[in-house]
Design a protein. Sequence first.
Length: 500
Amino acid sequence: MQALRVSRRVTGVRRRDLLKWSGLVLGQAAASGLPAPAQSVLTPLPGSTLPGSGAPSGTDVSLRISPVAVELDRAHILSTIGYNGSSPGPVLRLKEGKPVTVEIVNDTDSPEWVHWHGMLIPTQVDGTPEEGSPFVPPHGRQRYQLTPGPAGCRWYHSHAMAMDDLHKGAYTGQFGFVYVEGGNDPGNYDQELFLAIRDWEPFFSASMDDDDDNTHDGPLLEKPAVLDTHPDGLEVNSMTYSVNDKALGAGDPLRVRHGQRLLLHFLNASAIENRRIALAGHKMTVIAMDGNPVPTPQAVDSIFLGAGERIDAIVEMNHPGIWILGATEKPIRDSGLGLVVEYAGQHQQPQWIDPPRQPWDYTIFGKNDSGAHEALPPEQTIELIFGKIPGGAGKFNLWLVNGKPYPHENEFVLQKGTRYRLVMRNQTDDAHPMHMHRHMWELRSINDKPTAGIMKDTVVVPYFGRAVVDFTADQPGLTLFHCHIQQHMDYGFKALFRYS
Ligand SMILES: [Cu+2]
């Protein structure tokens, strides 16, 4: 199993002196012991109403797309495109079901689309070219209303195609959290943080360092009997990482006190990779995935996030010290993907402890009696078989759904009100984070291990593996289904669902 992955392993790692422990600035302290108001210690622009960008009155959400500089650390100041002068963009806090007026100003030379990932909203405001959403013209603006929902951790990002331009679309800094406030009760907590995992300075590479091995411990259900042995094409890679806009050790530490409870909202905002994350010395209790409360919260040693996925976790600060929260793979952590967590009164060097290496298993968070019953049995099943045509040296791979790249004409037609089952069969040697717009999936099995009650908008289909999801077709209009790895999406790995 591992041998298959060898060709995608990075052999040499660029090291750099990231950990400059001296000179760290005191962060915000939340020592009251009371549930804290919403705050984002690491993102400088909290709040949902942003009158500062010249928005006309009556605008609830104002986003300005423009060039920004991101200082990951003193040695790495990047030029990219962001929202409202930063990347990530502001954490937007909206109320479920309460319509908001959105104004987007585009200060760049390219048309842009702002997609509201995880929201159940019409195609007109979904921000997706394939669905026909209007674009924000270059040096123009766009104004519309949307009704946020469902409650929970959503996000917004560019949905422009990039193709071979690594300075466009999701490769840029155009991403941010949306927290839709509603009935979800995360319980008491002392600090709330929004942590976007991110890579920068993408480049084309014949090898990759990824965490996809983490998705498997069982048989390779979808491995073809005869593998295509043609050489793979180029993938997009990175060796520059951050949590929000800071490399490990460069930003303020997250300052905590013994006995506090943290509510951490994680987002994998990468355009290129799935990632595993841990907080050394601590377990994290996963309470929600993709913003939706899970039926069975579980404490785990590490979490796995496909590109586009979110996890909300509660962490009990019960192990005083100075710790690293970051990527479980050392080269990635050493290249910036992490954050220092510092207990009050502790002064030692930040510690890392490798968590036990276990495959990521969504199903442990599902209903305990998942296989026993089906509350809403599907009426129709749609098979989606993923394939890859290796591109060969210096070229790009082509990605197929049911034997062909995008576009598909009328293969996927939904009837309103019908309950569907999607059987995603991944006949490639990559784990793909598959996302469906404007609908919510119920995960039903991963590699034939059953589950129920886990509601998601993005599911990582293991390499040579299988994932089954059910959903009700209740959002008429074109609906994009795609891999959330930008290059895979751009080179064929997407399909439009229509309503009849
Ligand atoms: Cu993919």
